[in-house]
Design a protein around this ligand. Structure first.
Ligand SMILES: [Zn+2]
Length: 324
C-alpha cells in the first residue's frame, strides 16, 4: 500500500493532496503560488507542501496538473505569462527530492482525466472537458486516447482564432483568439470593445454602468454576469455576444473531435451555468457540421485537477510519455 500525491498548480494557488489506493483524498494542503523565490521556488514549495502532509506510508508517485504552456519533455512550465520566469522546472527538482516517478500534465488534461475516472465522463471514449475561467482551455479524449501533442499542448483550444479581423489581443499576444473574447481575464477589454458601438445614453442608463459607479475600469466578468442575471439589457446583450463566440469555439471543438459528451467546468461557467451554457446550446448548430453532443456542467467542483493529477500513472505508456 502507498499514497499518490496530486498537485493542482495554478498561477494564483497551489494545492497538494495525498490519495489512497481507492483514489480518496486523505490529506491536503493549499497555499498561494510562490512567485517570489526564483524559478526553483515553485518546485521547492510543492516539496515543502508534500512533506507537510506527513505520509505514514510511502509515496508511489507525484502527479502535477499545471497551468501551461508546458514542455513535457523538459518537465517544465515554459514562457508562463502568470509566473514571470522563462522556465519553471518541476519534474527534475522533485525527482531529485523524492526519488519517485513525477508526472506533469496540463491542468485541463488532468481535469479531463478526472471526469473520465470519477465524473460524468466514466465509460466515454470520446470526451472533451472545457474550462471557462480566467482563460479558456480543454482536455480531449478521442477513441479513449488523451490528446497530448509534441510538447504537451495539443488541446489549446482557447487560442484558436475565431475572428480574423479582430482588434482584441489575447493574453498570449496574438489576435482574434477565443480566449480574448471569453476568458475572464480578457472580458473587461471585450466589454469596452463592445461598448464602442453603443450610444452614450444606452451606456449611462444601464445597470452595468451604474454598478461600476461610473468608472468603466472597474468592469470585470463577475460584474457583467451579475448585472445580466438581474436583467440589465446592455449586460444581457454582451453576454449574448460572448455566448456567440463561445458557441463558435464549441462548434469548432465538435467539428474537430466529434465528442459524445462535453463537460464544462471553470469558475465562470460553474458560477453562472445558465448564462454561459444557454447561448452555446442555442447558437452552436449554426456552426456545427457534426452531430451535436450533450453538454453538461462538471460535478467535480474544485477537486477535479487534484484528483486527475493523482491518477496520472494509469495513463503512462498509453498516452503519457515516460517521466524524466
Ligand atoms: Zn491566445
Amino acid at each position: 500500500m502507498s499514497h499518490t500525491v496530486g498537485v493542482d498548480l495554478g498561477g494564483t494557488n497551489v494545492r497538494v493532496a495525498m490519495t489512497d489506493d481507492l483514489g480518496r483524498i486523505v490529506s491536503r494542503s493549499r497555499d498561494k503560488t510562490d512567485k517570489t523565490s526564483g524559478a526553483q521556488g515553485v518546485s521547492q514549495q510543492i516539496a515543502r507542501m508534500t512533506r507537510s502532509l506527513k505520509p505514514r506510508i510511502g509515496i508511489s508517485c507525484i502527479g502535477i496538473g499545471s497551468a501551461g504552456p508546458l514542455d513535457m519533455k523538459r518537465g517544465s512550465i515554459v514562457r508562463s505569462p502568470n509566473l514571470g520566469f522563462s522556465e519553471v522546472p518541476l519534474v527534475g527538482p522533485l525527482k531529485k527530492e523524492f526519488d519517485v516517478p513525477i508526472y506533469l500534465i496540463n491542468d485541463c488534461l488532468a481535469a479531463a482525466i478526472s471526469e473520465k475516472e470519477f465524473g460524468q465522463g466514466k465509460g466515454r471514449a470520446n470526451l472533451v472537458y472545457v474550462t471557462i475561467s480566467s482563460g479558456v482551455g480543454a482536455g480531449i479524449f478521442v477513441d479513449d486516447h488523451l490528446l497530448i501533442g509534441k510538447d504537451g499542448n495539443a488541446h489549446e483550444v482557447g487560442h484558436m482564432a475565431i475572428d480574423p479581423d479582430s482588434e482584441l489581443v489575447c493574453g498570449c499576444g496574438k489576435k482574434g483568439h477565443w480566449e480574448a473574447y471569453c476568458g475572464g481575464a480578457n472580458i473587461p477589454k471585450f466589454i469596452k470593445h463592445e461598448l464602442r458601438s453603443k450610444t452614450s445614453a444606452e451606456i449611462v442608463d444601464s445597470l452595468l454602468f451604474k454598478s461600476t459607479n461610473g468608472n468603466l475600469d472597474r468592469l470585470n466578468s463577475e460584474l457583467l454576469l451579475r448585472t445580466a442575471q438581474r436583467g440589465d439589457r446592455l449586460a444581457r446583450k454582451m453576454v449574448m455576444a460572448m455566448g456567440r463566440y463561445n458557441a463558435i469555439g464549441f462548434a469548432n471543438i465538435v467539428n474537430l473531435y466529434d465528442p459524445e459528451l462535453i463537460i464544462v467546468g471553470g469558475a465562470i461557467a460553474l458560477a453562472h451555468p445558465k448564462l454561459i451554457l444557454e447561448p452555446i446550446r442555442n447558437l452552436m448548430r449554426r456552426y456545427c457540421i457534426n452531430r451535436i453532443p450533450r453538454i453538461r456542467l462538471s460535478s467535480l467542483g474544485e477537486d477535479a485537477v487534484l484528483l486527475g493529477a493523482s491518477v496520472l500513472s494509469r495513463f503512462l505508456g498509453k498516452d503519457l510519455i515516460e517521466p524524466l
